[in-house]
Ligand binder design. Structure first.
Ligand code: PMP
Length: 290
């Protein structure tokens, strides 16, 4: 966290280091809650509405009542950004089940808690965007849609954290998680695309994939650029033999992949990546004008 980090909580904005929530909050005790990560550029949140809609959908899916209407949350974001000392950065919007008795039953958690942190975010350091990321396939599996719907952006990230630790131990930049059937899902905090014979491919959410906002942007841009696109199940084989591969996420933006499990890909950064990367930058510039 930087010194600049601010937090909106209960209608107030304070230095993030001073913001407090209760040790009895079920978000902390059981990971009972949801979140969004949103980038802002030139003081404007990127794709705020889809993020708010996904937050609302996650809330509905876990039977959580958002403590405020989406318009009021959007207003809180604007108030926070007006005070944040920086044009570009990242928002972390969290809604927890709130304070309740010990025990997982949320029935007596009367007040869901919303807070929003604004801070800098540094990802893709050390020339990864230029040279590409080295990726491993983690032994930790992604929870399947039969366990917890992957479209719910919940506070339960342990599988992803364990996969991230595997990547660090292996000296790789990132890990890809497979589902229980051994098919490719996504990175620890990014969606994954490959290109094969000129076709852009990514697994559908039902495979165990968050329906990423950046993923949606890339699909939109691929359509505009005339790049054929298909949602399809992928095996590790498809990654090893892909013409190109890249990952997308709010924090990561777009990151090309150089190698998977020590197998170099034929092209990095590939042609489709380069086209989509520049189209994405243009989209951000258009939607988040100074
Ligand atoms: N998958 C997971 C598991 C994530 O945490 C994220 C980051 N939110 C993504 C994919 C990318 O989604 P988005 O483009 O909405 O940030």
């Amino acid at each position: 966290m930087s010194d600049q980090a601010l937090c909106w909580m209960d209608g107030e904005i304070l230095p993030a280091a001073q913001a407090r929530i209760s040790v009895l909050d079920h978000g902390l005790l059981y990971g009972d809650g949801i979140f969004e990560g949103i980038r802002f550029y030139h003081g404007q949140p990127f794709r705020l509405q889809p993020h708010l809609q996904r937050l609302l959908d996650s809330a509905k899916a876990i039977g959580l009542m958002l403590p405020m209407e989406l318009d009021a949350i959007a207003a809180a974001v604007q108030a926070l950004l007006a005070q944040f000392a920086g044009e570009n950065g990242y928002l972390r919007m969290v809604v927890t089940r709130g304070v309740g008795p010990l025990g997982i039953d949320p029935a007596q958690c009367a007040e869901p808690k919303l807070f929003i942190i604004a801070d800098q975010l540094r990802m893709a350091q050390g020339g990864i965007r230029e040279q590409g990321a080295s990726v491993i396939i983690a032994s930790t599996r992604r929870l399947g849609a039969d366990g917890l719907d992957p479209r719910i952006k919940s506070l339960n990230y342990l599988n992803h954290i364990l996969a991230r630790m595997e990547a660090t131990r292996a000296g790789a930049d990132e890990a890809v998680l497979l589902n229980a059937q051994g098919r490719v899902t996504e990175g620890t905090v990014e969606n994954l695309f490959i290109v094969r014979d000129g076709i852009l491919l990514t697994p559908p959410p039902i495979e165990g994939v968050l329906k990423g906002i950046t993923r949606d942007c890339i699909i939109e841009l691929a359509n505009q650029q005339g790049i054929p696109f298909q949602e399809t199940a992928l095996a590790p084989y498809d990654l090893y033999t892909a013409d190109e591969c890249f990952m997308t996420g709010t924090g990561a933006e777009l990151i090309p992949v150089r190698e998977v499990d020590g197998r170099p890909l034929s092209s990095c950064p590939g042609l489709a990546y380069q086209k989509l990367q520049s189209a994405f930058q243009q989209l951000v510039a258009e939607e988040c004008r100074p």
